[in-house]
Design a protein. Structure first.
Length: 378
């Protein structure tokens, strides 16, 4: 099975249309994208994608694809967040696509809500709630799926004259301040990046298979483009940050809340080991593994939820299999299965624990019975 890794270079900023354009430029079939977009109950629009020429600072020009969502009728000036969620839920997209699109709009909603002091139930989007923004977000999520991208990364983020909601979304992320008199990153653009990507300042271990360039509408001192690279990744290469602290003065009942918050924030793994520390005291050795861009957020959670006064941090390289999740039909209904691949060969497969627990509880049967029967099907 072939897996791809994607990488957006957005040092010069980005917008939703530029991200979608870069995928098309890298080989995303437009007609297939249109067919998938029809699964969302939206009308009054059509999409176009065509080559344009963008000037460079050294006197030449380069070709890029410009993606446009054009109206066939009048669009609403604003749309509620809850309406967009309902629209995506009512579509016939697959669950992974729905989840990705809603995650992007959730990022947008929380940022806009903080700016305007509104709860999500009453929040209305304006520009970012119009049909073009919805289609741009959906096009990126759907497009990555069509292209077989399982992991998606981004460079640091180019920023100039950001809107207030954009500033909220940029907090804690690596940025590059650009000296241009233009808003080079839009709320939709940064929401897509933050919602879908691991943002990495140092990325290695990739082999580029295809490249695409998505054009924006502005004329800047440098090419107004987003670069997208479709890559293969050497099996097992992945950089993560490890946080570690010895805690000798906290009740163990506090760890449940800590674990919940860390995993909800995106931690990859959290564990506690018993040991002996200074003054021969029993200690809890806390270890947290997170992607690089979540380091500061995870550190804040540890400081707020534990009694530690310091955290040790180190960068590590871990060996991981390429992974895929699918659903299989059992006599109890659909069950998610995780499969691991090494150089395209399946070497591991296991049913999702949470799904098996629900089956065992619903049917009043031992959990091991569920695991055993489903494992025989893999």
């Amino acid at each position: 099975m072939k897996f791809h890794t994607g990488y957006f270079e957005i040092l010069n900023g980005c917008a939703g249309d530029m991200l979608a354009g870069s995928l098309i430029d890298a080989g995303l079939p437009v007609e297939e994208l249109k067919k998938e977009l029809e699964k969302i109950p939206l009308d009054s629009y059509h999409i176009e994608a065509g080559k344009v020429s963008k000037k460079t600072s050294y006197g030449h020009s380069m070709e890029a694809t410009q993606f446009r969502v054009l109206p066939d009728g009048k669009w609403d000036d604003s749309t509620s967040y809850m309406k967009i969620v309902g629209l995506i839920d009512s579509s016939s997209l697959n669950d992974k696509e729905k989840e990705g699109i809603k995650k992007v709009f959730d990022v947008l909603a929380h940022a806009e809500g903080r700016v305007h002091g509104e709860s999500l139930d009453h929040l209305h989007f304006h520009q970012v709630g119009q049909v073009d923004a919805i289609v741009e977000v959906a096009s990126v999520v759907i497009g990555l799926g069509i292209m077989g991208v399982k992991k998606i990364y981004s460079s640091s983020i180019g920023v100039a004259k950001p809107a207030p909601a954009t500033v909220n979304m940029l907090k804690g992320l690596p940025v590059v301040m650009q000296s241009v008199n233009a808003e080079i990153i839009t709320p939709t653009g940064i929401a897509i990046i933050k919602g879908l990507c691991n943002i990495m300042e140092d990325v290695s271990g990739f082999s580029i298979e295809r490249a695409g360039y998505g054009a924006g509408e502005m004329e800047l001192p440098y090419p107004n483009i987003v670069k997208f690279f479709l890559c293969s990744e050497e099996p097992g290469k992945d950089s993560v940050m490890m946080l570690q602290a010895n805690i000798d003065d906290m009740s163990p009942v506090m760890f449940e809340r800590l674990f919940e918050r860390l995993f909800k924030s995106g931690a990859l793994d959290v564990s506690v080991f018993a040991g002996t520390g200074k003054k021969n005291r029993p200690v809890f050795n806390l270890q947290v593994m997170v992607p690089e861009h979540l380091l500061m957020g995870a550190s804040e959670i540890v400081f707020r939820e534990t009694t530690t006064l310091g955290i040790r941090v180190r960068k590590e390289t871990r060996m991981v299999l390429q992974r895929n999740e699918e659903k299989i039909m059992t006599r109890w209904g659909n069950v998610r299965v995780k499969r691991g691949y090494l150089k395209g060969e399946e070497v591991n497969a296991a049913p999702e624990y949470a799904d098996c627990v629900k089956i065992a509880e619903r049917n009043n049967i031992p959990l091991k019975t569920v695991f055993l029967e489903i494992s025989k099907m893999l």
